[in-house]
Ligand binder design. Structure first.
Ligand code: NOJ
Ligand code: CA
Length: 549
């Protein structure tokens, strides 16, 4: 395992209640905390309508997780076979990127049948088996619901584009010219080209698409489209899936002056939420298209999304971990939550299938994404780990669909050729250094990124404060050190992380605020009583999680 920094050699401690310091002046560890049965607590927290607040999610590209039949393509039976490993890591819920049939112009985000399963991945029976197997373990399965657009190979679009008079002629967004005065937007970004209108020869009209030309936008001003897509959601809810990640849901309806979360789109979201609420314990998470705040997706806190990704501190927060002030992180966390309705739950990420691997964002400094992950896993919100992040998976070596394939390489489970992913030829080459960065190698190394994730997930497990507690930023008197206080379930925790990569840093917390010696749960720190304060010294690039009083 490539562990370039001396500081990373410091052992990661997972201990019930001890300070890692050998300093004789350090206070004895506190023994005052009543310890709960954490396994029983985890079970309780993950049961009932609030389960999603306490779950650790794992984003899965089924195509790249585990192949079961040697064709080199990951599939649902393969994923089922890996549930034990995922659960052992500390995963409670899966978000599957699209598993529906597709023309694969956008890796499945171009759906050609809303109620089927991509034959590369298996069958409806396999999906049912996955849901059953997950539920039997107390795990959940969330599907990607791609509602803004379909594939141009979807039967609806084939019919709609055949002529101007067919029953579905108005199911998509058509125009005689490559523009329309009531639509004030183009493609979502340059990734998808510069032209949002493509000519259909049969109709001699242009259709609108925010994404690739193979992804025509549905017309949500047509009530039949509203009904048909809600029916698609109902289909999966009836099969027992636990909810949805809703792709670019803010973009459903356009107007001349706005194309993101306009009132018509919000009205649709409320209908979707009302549908989910007919089923027990289902949840949905919005892919926000606003990178500053996810607040619009929460509605009044009960009528829209259970969770929404906040990318403002998500995709980009690898960068502050390079000597900046801790406020670079806390400001982002605070700003995104400003004006959120009570109970709003953000979904926290450090990467995804759409952006460079965290390894790249962190400029290959392993501790940077560990520290980013530490904040992700201790701050207020529900963490979503993108598969491979727990290995510090490197970027891939090739692309087939587009450059985002570099962060979609197959999962290396073992060090042998095929890496336990396939007995055949993988559909996409493995990432760089897969012989080192794999579950087999890393799970046997206490200092690996995999062991880091497993240890931290175990440390936070069954502790209500992390999923549903309050979050306060505590001033520790050192601008390089972020001190996050979490309180809930009658317990209190301190997550302390340094931005400094060259020297140890000390934060001081008044005894008036933290009465007993903070008890180390995870990480590395020296704790000492200095007059009326606790001094907490974190090694360069380090972090520590404490139980506090
Ligand atoms: C967001 C998805 O995350 C991305 O992968 C996809 O290309 C677009 N939505 C279009 O569906
Ligand atoms: Ca396969």
């Amino acid at each position: 395992m490539n562990l370039p920094r001396a500081a990373l050699a410091l052992s990661l401690v997972l201990a019930a209640a001890c300070s890692s310091s050998d300093d004789p002046t350090a206070s004895p560890p506190s023994t005052a905390h009543a310890e709960k049965d954490r396994a029983a607590e985890a079970k309780r927290l993950l049961t009932g309508p609030d389960w999603y607040r306490h779950a650790v999610f794992y984003e899965v590209y089924v195509r790249s997780l585990q192949d079961s039949n040697g064709d080199g393509i990951g599939d649902l039976p393969g994923l089922i076979s890996r549930l034990p490993e995922l659960q052992a890591l500390g995963v409670d819920a899966l978000w599957l990127m699209p598993i529906t049939p597709t023309a694969f112009a956008d890796s499945g985000y171009d759906v050609s049948d809303y109620t089927g399963v991509n034959p590369d991945y298996g069958s409806l029976a396999d999906l049912d088996a996955l849901v059953s197997a997950a539920h039997a373990r107390g795990m959940r399965v969330m599907l990607d619901l791609v509602l803004n657009h379909t594939s141009d190979q979807h039967a609806w679009f084939k019919e709609s584009s055949a002529d101007r008079t067919n029953p579905k002629a108005d199911w998509y967004v058509w125009s005689d010219a490559p523009s329309r005065p009531d639509i004030g937007c183009g493609t979502f970004n340059a990734q998808f080209g510069s032209e949002a209108w493509t000519l259909s020869k049969a109709r001699n009209q242009y259709y609108f698409h925010r994404f690739y030309a193979g992804q025509p936008d549905l017309n949500y001003r047509n009530p039949e489209v509203v009904k048909a897509t809600l029916d698609a959601a109902r289909f999966w809810l009836d099969r027992g899936v636990d909810g949805f990640r809703c792709d670019v849901i803010g973009l459903l309806v356009e107007s001349a002056s706005g194309c993101d979360m306009i009132p018509e789109t919000q009205a649709y979201i409320r209908q979707l939420r009302a549908l989910l609420d007919q089923y027990p314990d289902r949840a949905m998470v919005a892919e926000s298209t606003n990178y500053e705040t996810a607040v619009p997706y929460f509605g009044d806190g009960h009528d829209m999304f259970h969770m929404a990704f906040n990318f403002g501190f998500g995709y980009f927060w690898g960068f502050p971990f390079a000597g900046d002030a801790a406020s670079a992180v806390s400001d982002k966390l605070e700003a995104s939550r400003k004006d959120a309705p009570p109970g709003a739950q953000e979904a926290l990420v450090i990467g995804s299938h759409d952006v460079s691997r965290a390894y790249v964002a962190a400029k290959k400094v392993e501790s940077r994404w560990r520290r980013a992950a530490f904040v992700q896993l201790t701050a207020a919100g529900t963490p979503f780990i993108y598969y491979g992040e727990e290995l510090a998976l490197r970027p891939g070596k090739a692309k087939i669909v587009d450059s985002r394939d570099y962060q979609r390489a197959p999962m290396p489970w073992t060090k042998a050729p095929g890496h336990g992913f396939t007995t055949g030829t993988p559909w996409l080459p493995f990432a760089d250094e897969a012989e080192l960065t794999n579950v087999e190698v890393e799970s046997s190394e206490p200092s690996s990124t995999y062991s880091f994730y497993k240890g931290l997930l175990a440390a936070r497990r069954g502790r209500e404060a992390f999923g549903a507690g309050t979050m306060t930023f505590v001033d520790g008197g050192n601008p390089a050190v972020l001190v996050l206080e979490r309180e809930g379930g009658g317990e209190r925790y301190l997550a302390v992380v340094t931005m400094d990569e060259s020297a140890p840093q000390t934060a001081r917390l008044p005894v008036a605020r933290v009465s007993g010696a903070p008890a180390l749960l995870f990480g590395d720190a020296a704790v000492a009583r200095e007059g009326e304060a606790w001094s907490i010294t974190i090694p360069a690039e380090g972090m520590a999680l404490f139980r506090a009083e």
